[in-house]
Structure formats: C-alpha cells, structure tokens
Design a protein around this ligand. Structure first.
Ligand code: ATP
Ligand code: MG
Length: 437
C-alpha cells in the first residue's frame, strides 16, 4: 500500500507541474522533524481552490470559504489549503473572512511556531518564517506573534496549547503561558464538543497527569471541569493514603495507567473519587475521615459532567458504572461465587480491574484483592462466567407453573446454584425446581 507521504508527494508534484507552489504544512512537518510518523499530510499551495479542484477531479471543496480542498490519492485523503491570511475574529472562534496570500502570511496565521513550518516535499527543505525549528529542537511551545491576541482570536488554541505541550512533552514559553492564564475564560466561548475533543486527546496520552496539572495551573479546568479543583487539598485517612490528598492520589493513578489505556478508563480514573470532597465527614467516634457513599454519588457526578461535555451515551454509561463499582473491589473476597461471577461478567470488568490496580498502587499498596481476582480469572477461564441457563420459562410452564414474577425468581435461583457449581445439568436442575415448588 502506498504510504500517505507518497500520496501527498504525488499531489504536490502535480500542483508544481501546473506552475503552483506546494508545500507540506503544519503537523506533518513538525512530526517528521521529531522523527514521528505523521498521521496525515496537509498541503499548502498558491493554487486557488478552483485551480485545485480543476487539477484533481473528484476532489471536494470542504471549506470553500476557508480555501480548503480534500483530494483523494491512492486511498489517502489529503487536505490542500490555499495560502491565506485570516481576517478578524469577532466571535473568538473563527475568522470573519479569509484572503488568499503568501506562504509567509499563511505561516503567521497558524497557532504555534512548531505548527508553522513548511517543507518542500521533493527536496525535503524546511521553510521557517516563525522560528519553529529552533523551538522544536528546544522543546518549546510558543504562540506565533502576540500570544494574548492569538488566544483571543481563537480560544480553542488555549486547549490546543496544553494538548501539544502534553503530547510532545514540551515546555510552554513564559509569555505564551502568561497569556493562557490571563485569557483562560475565553474557553467559555468554545462549544463543549470542541473542548471535549481536545480534552479526550489529552487524557489518553501517557503524559496525562502533567496535562491535568497544566489544565489546573492555567485556570482552564475551572471553565469546563471545575469539580476536579476541590480534590486538591481534600484530605484522606493517612494510613490508607500515605501519598496525600485526593488530587495527588488521582494524578498518580493517571500516571500509572498504561500508554494504551482507553478513554473510558482514563476518564473513570480521573473521576473515581470525584465525590470525595462533597461527602467528606469526620467520624468522631472512630476518629477518622469518612466518605460514605462517595462511589454512588461519584457515578451521578461523573454522569452529569460527561453529559455536560457531550460525551456519547456509551462512554457516559461505562464511566459512571465503573465509578459506581470501584469500592466493591474491597469486598470481592467476601462475595459468594455466584455474586463474584456476576460481578466479573460485566463487559467493563477488565477496565475496572485496571482501575483497581492503579488505585492500590497509588495508595496503601495492598494488592490482595487484585491478586485474588487475577487468580479467580484463571480459575474461571475454562467456562463462560455466565453459562447457558439449565432451565427456561418453557420448562417452568411444563412443570405447571403460571408465568409471573415468581418465574424470574426461580430462574435466578437456578442460575445461582449453577454458578455456585451445585447444579451441573438440566435433569438435576429440573429436579431441584420440583423440590422448590
Ligand atoms: P494533530 O493533527 O497531530 O493534532 P496538527 O498540527 O496537524 O496536529 P491540526 O488540527 O490537524 O493539527 O491542524 C493542522 C495545522 O493547521 C496545524 O499544524 C496548524 O498549523 C494549523 N491550525 C490548526 N488549528 C489551528 C487553530 N485553531 N489556530 C491556528 N492554526 C491552526
Ligand atoms: Mg493534523
């Protein structure tokens, strides 16, 4: 399969043959210089959208207004954008108009110096109007031009700054950082969906804990996830949590998650103790801090937060479910087998086990419940956790029972006996039911 770079190169070559300038632009140049494989290639060109579409039949003008055309080449979609200058941004989200212009102007309308580079696809020469190469080598994220103006034009850049600093492990240049802090409330002009997308990309990164710190220290989190702030300084019993307050505990867990942790798990870890601050009480008699019911309330809060950020229902449901059950991991060794098998049969169980692993690892370090569950997983591996039922409603009717609420009670009771290993086949199950009625 021809790779994306090869496909984009072909398109650029044809633009050049027709007399236009054509460069690779933005993220693909940045990633290439960092030795990473770019996930897609963007082309910037002197050709107008009309000239681009004429040259590549079948291409689509997506943002005619913004001068962007998507061309298909060897199975790859490549964005081809005409060099442009953005007009004023009256709404803090998008330019009122754009003017086609020069490579230099086009480079300067981009957000950060490391994203403002061009590359000649054939010679590999890098064209740098904004000092992006130096910042890339030094690991610095710096706004192009006046940082405050740039964040005011488009407030999504506030989130992008934190996301790139997190993903790339870069330091944010001091003037850029000061402008983020000073303009953090610009985020209020950005739709929850766009905030969510940037936040999701940040929280799945291996460096997600630092990303969270940056969101807190910048003042951005206050505008979309303020519930995290009371975790800071929320005390817990020191004998269980020698690591410190709930924020520190959560942040260590985020750090311990694997690099491939799915979004649901990352969000569940972030939110697992979200209801500790509002449920915190001091139990005078026992002489210790308690958080009664924080798991149930945490599930409600997680649901409310994720709904507000417009996460899809399946993400909301999984995260709320994981949060609601995370305290039950302390009781697994007391569960009878049938309950344990039902508990372990939840589709989210592997994620929950991982949350429990980092929960232990970030606190007192007791791993006996974790080891118990891993041993049980092996023990139960031979058969499905929830096997096919031994008797059905039809069997009950044949036994002379009338359908009703008692039906499901009996079927549940048979399943319990089956899960406990006390009933193994249909015959003995039918006999057992006969004894019951
Ligand atoms: P990635 O795709 O890995 O997130 P990227 O740099 O390719 O990184 P895109 O969102 O794909 O980011 O945008 C492509 C380029 O367009 C960026 O490199 C940057 O030059 C420019 N750009 C994107 N969004 C903005 C913005 N909000 N303000 C200014 N320039 C932007
Ligand atoms: Mg990109």
């Amino acid at each position: 399969v021809p790779d994306a770079r090869h496909a984009a190169c072909n398109l650029a070559r044809r633009l050049k043959k027709a007399g236009h300038t054509a460069y690779f632009a933005g993220g693909c140049v940045r990633d290439g210089l960092l030795g990473k494989i770019p996930k897609d290639y963007d082309i910037a060109t002197s050709a107008t959208p009309a000239q681009v579409t004429a040259l590549f039949p079948g291409s689509n003008e997506v943002g005619a207004h913004f001068g962007v055309v998507i061309a298909k080449e060897q199975g790859h979609h490549v964005e081809i954008a005409t060099f442009r200058t953005d007009g004023s941004y009256r709404d803090g989200r998008r330019p009122d108009d754009v003017t086609f212009s020069t490579p230099e102007e086009d480079s300067k309308r981009r957000d950060f110096t490391i994203n403002g580079l061009f590359e000649d696809p054939e010679s590999g020469e890098v064209i740098d109007f904004v000092g992006g190469r130096k910042d890339l080598a030094a690991g610095v994220l710096r706004a192009i031009g006046n940082p405050a103006d740039r964040f005011n034009e488009d407030a999504l850049r506030l989130m992008r700054a934190i996301r790139f600093a997190t993903t790339l492990g870069f330091e944010i240049e001091p003037d850029t950082w000061a402008a983020i802090q000073a303009n953090a409330d610009g985020l209020l002009r950005i739709s929850p969906e766009r905030i969510r997308d940037e936040f999701s990309r940040l929280i799945v990164q291996p460096a997600r804990a630092r990303g969270l710190d940056l969101l807190v220290d910048s003042g951005l989190i206050q505008h979309f996830l303020p519930e995290v702030l009371p975790l800071i300084g929320c005390e817990q019993p020191p004998e269980w949590h020698p690591e410190g307050d709930v924020y520190v505990h959560t942040r260590i867990m985020l750090e311990m998650l694997g690099p491939e942790a799915p979004l649901e798990l990352c969000l569940a870890v972030l939110l697992h103790d979200i209801a500790k601050p509002p449920t915190q009480t001091f139990d005078e008699q026992a002489g210790r801090i308690r958080f009664n019911g924080h798991d149930a309330m945490g599930a409600l809060m997680a649901e409310e937060i994720l709904r507000r950020l417009r996460y899809p229902n399946h993400v909301i449901e999984d995260v709320a479910f994981i949060v609601s059950r995370h305290m039950q991991f302390m009781n697994v060794q007391q569960m009878r087998t049938a309950k344990l098998k039902r508990f372990m049969s939840a589709p989210t169980f592997p994620l929950e086990l991982d949350l429990h692993r980092v929960d232990c690892g970030s606190s007192n370090g007791f791993t006996d419940n974790l080891e118990f569950l891993i041993a049980k997983q092996e023990e139960f591996a031979a058969q499905p956790l929830i096997p096919a039922p031994l008797v059905t409603g039809h069997d009950l009717i044949r036994l002379g029972l009338a359908p009703g609420p008692r039906f499901s009670e009996i079927l549940d009771a048979v399943q319990t006996e089956q899960l406990e290993g006390r009933l193994a086949d249909r015959e003995s199950a039918v006999a057992w039911v006969k004894g019951l009625i």
